[in-house]
Design a protein around this ligand. Structure first.
Ligand code: ADP
Ligand code: MG
Length: 696
């Protein structure tokens, strides 16, 4: 669905010092922000007609990065997680607040930090898809692409393939699984950017930085987990967060030498960006050719501009009077950008181009296993292995590209050598012919048959005698119109017409310009050579040709030497590729062994788990028994206590009995004693015969 690019402008707070510098207060102006409109006013309040612009958002100096993110960028970021390409970039003159907006401050993090956090927060909430996120960070400085994650990766080339679209070959990518990791990487990238730099500000205002996240995702099929059919579509989206170079005119950055070169390049990138935006804003009828290829920046941002992407642009403005002209330029740029329509759609691919797919079979299974055992250390190890694999893949890809380039230039050189040889043969035959003809003084013959010289236009003579057609090959570069340096009066960076006029309609193809091998273009002395040439002229011409022959031989030797070197280089590159392949094999083996190790660990873990479960079961059984026994013991104890009590009671009773018994005994004994004494007394009173008494 076609939709407009979202454009906002942001006015930064004034730097107090520069306000006091305004001397001519009669012409003093200020920018007024009302809702989504910004307009230039005279100091006493009257608006200046014609300088009033409306945008999707206009943020005044009190606005925080949080608000900018929330209103302008959040949707682009969320859409990127859902599979739409996204780009957010900051445009504006140096010191207007681009870096503040993108990177922010510790109290108010910028768009990049917020985007990174948001991406990870969002993917955590999506439970039915799995994600793979890679990040890269590059800088375009003097039209050269440098890797900010790997200082050794410099002057990288842009390539295009059907599967991967436009990409920077050899750029380091890191797989990441949390926001902190990304922030750390970004910090290391910043350190790399400072590496060997004496004047950081100068560089940062002249270079563009692009932070890139590639978000791949795949639906999790709960029914057949572990079964990766080749028809699974994987969503791949690219998110670019771009801090552009300062958009100020070159006249301001001034000076010559290196700075001018930088200025020219930076200006070129931004100028092409301006051109692209101009053309796109002119609507469908003029969209025939958009000069994306004219600069590295526009090439990389190609999909973001008028293509398959959701894009938001924030144009930062410096409010000071001294910057009014620049600010007007920025507003013009912003209002053109506002007219661009993009057509974003979810990118689903079925091929192996998605990294997720390529790595999935080997690693995903491992990861799932690990999720079961929740081992963070092992997760880290897996991440490292994945990153290593990616690194090797990128390295191999880079070498392959280099080899391809080498092959191309090798072929070109071979062709060149063949041309040269042909030329030499022709020249030799010409020289021998010339010697012959001068000795025979055959110059009286009609020269029109032999030569076709015109005063202003050198044409190759027809060497019928040599039997070989001679083809003069001019370098492509020599046919280009003169590339004029940018004049100081150049008024607007984004002025496509001036650029067009300056270059006589020629649209430079940077890649072409840079990859064309340097060839010496030989020229003949600028003399008028008429068809009726005299003998002297002819001799001179012969001399020239001889000189040229010598030059050509020299050049041929040089080319042969270079060719030899190329062959050696090719050999070396092949060797390196073989080494890398070996390394990759080793790495794969390593991966295999660690996979096995994880497998055995997992099995051990399973066994231990089972053992623990059975132990737990027996422990619970024993504890049940124990409770039962304890209950029984308590009951018995209770019984025992009552028995003891009963025994005590019985003992007390027995005691009472024995006391009673003893007293009875005692009373019986006393009764018996009494009875005995009474009997004694009676016997004594009535003595009876013994037998009677015995009877009794
Ligand atoms: P640029 O990247 O466009 O060259 P910077 O982002 O470096 O500009 O901003 C220049 C200065 O202005 C910095 O010191 C920055 O902290 C400050 N600044 C820019 N925008 C704001 C803002 N919205 N609020 C507060 N300070 C800002
Ligand atoms: Mg900056």
């Amino acid at each position: 669905m076609a939709e407009k690019i979202c454009v906002a402008v942001r006015l930064r707070p004034p730097v107090s010092q520069s306000q006091s510098q305004d001397q001519d207060t009669s012409s003093a102006t200020f920018w007024r922000v009302e809702d989504n409109r910004i307009s230039l006013h005279k100091l006493h309040g009257t608006p200046i007609p014609g300088i009033s612009y409306a945008f999707d958002y206009v943020f005044d100096e009190t606005c925080s990065n949080a608000k900018v993110y929330e209103l302008l960028t959040k949707d682009v970021i969320h859409a990127a997680v859902d599979g739409f390409n996204g780009t957010a970039f900051a445009y504006g003159q140096t010191s207007s607040g681009k870096t503040f907006t993108m990177n922010g401050s510790p109290n108010d993090p910028g768009i990049i930090h917020r985007a990174v956090n948001d991406v990870f927060r969002k993917i955590q909430m999506i439970s039915d898809r799995e994600f793979l996120i890679r990040v890269s960070y590059m800088e375009i400085y003097n039209e050269e692409i440098n890797d900010l994650f790997a200082v050794e990766n410099q002057k990288l080339q842009i390539h295009e393939s059907l599967e991967r679209g436009i990409f920077v070959a050899g750029l380091r990518e890191e797989i990441v699984n949390n926001a902190d990791q990304v922030i750390k990487l970004l910090e290391s990238g910043e350190v790399n950017r400072h590496f060997g730099e004496t004047n950081m500000n100068a560089r940062s205002s002249r270079s563009h930085t692009i932070f890139r996240m590639v978000i791949e995702s795949k639906g999790i099929d709960s029914r057949s987990s572990g079964d990766y059919s080749s028809s699974d579509a994987i969503r791949v989206s690219v998110l670019n967060l771009v801090d552009l170079a300062g958009s100020e005119r070159i006249a301001k950055t001034g000076a010559g030498g290196v700075r001018l070169k930088e200025g020219k390049y930076i200006n070129k990138s931004l100028m092409v960006l301006g051109n692209v935006i101009n053309k796109l804003s002119n609507g469908a009828k003029q969209r025939a050719h958009i000069p994306y290829r004219d600069s590295k920046l526009t090439r990389i941002l190609q999909t973001a501009l008028g293509g398959n992407a959701k894009t938001s642009i924030i144009c930062t403005l410096a409010p000071e009077e001294v910057h009014v002209e620049e600010t007007k330029g920025t507003l013009l740029f912003a209002s053109r950008a506002k007219r661009i329509t993009n057509c974003a759609q979810v990118n689903e691919i079925l091929t192996d181009a998605a990294l997720l797919k390529r790595q999935q079979l080997e690693i995903e299974e491992l990861r799932r296993k690990l999720q079961g055992s929740r081992s963070e250390v092992l997760e880290q190890e897996i991440l490292k292995l994945r990153n290593d694999m990616l690194k090797y893949e990128l390295e191999r890809e880079k070498l392959e590209m280099e080899l391809e380039e080498e092959r191309k230039s090798h072929k070109e050189r071979e062709q060149c050598i063949r041309d040269q040889q042909l030329k030499i043969e022709n020249l030799s035959s010409l020289v021998s012919d010339g010697d012959r003809s001068s000795s025979q003084d055959s110059m009286k013959e009609s020269p029109k048959d032999e030569c076709n010289y015109r005063g202003d236009d050198f044409k190759t003579p027809c060497f019928k005698a040599a039997g070989n057609a001679f083809v003069a090959k001019r370098s492509n570069n020599s046919q280009l119109p003169h590339f004029s340096p940018l004049p100081d009066s150049f008024s607007n960076v984004a002025d496509e017409d001036t650029w067009f006029k300056m270059n006589k309609g020629y649209i430079a193809d940077l890649d072409l310009l840079q990859t064309t091998p340097a060839r010496k273009v030989q020229s003949f002395p600028p003399q008028d050579i008429t068809p009726d040439c005299s003998n002297d002229n002819y001799k001179e011409e012969l001399q020239n040709l001889k000189r040229q022959l010598e030059l050509a031989i020299k050049e041929k030797n040089e080319l042969e030497r270079k060719h030899e070197e190329e062959i050696q280089l090719n050999g070396r590159l092949m060797g390196e590729i073989a080494e890398l392949k070996q390394e990759l094999d080793v790495n794969n083996n390593l991966l295999e062994t660690s996979k096995e190790r994880y497998g055995s660990l997992e099995r051990e873990f399973q066994l231990l788990k089972e053992e623990r479960d059975s132990l737990q079961k027996s422990v619970s059984e024993s504890s049940q028994k124990l409770t039962f026994v304890t209950d029984q013991k308590e009951n018995i104890l209770k019984d025992l206590n009552s028995e003891v009590q009963r025994r005590k009671d019985l003992e007390a009773e027995i005691k009472q009995f024995s006391v009673a018994f003893a007293s009875r005994q005692r009373s019986l004994a006393s009764i018996h004693g009494e009875f005995k004494s009474k009997m004694e007394k009676l016997r004594a009173e009535n003595p009876v015969p013994l037998h009677k008494s015995l009877q009794y």
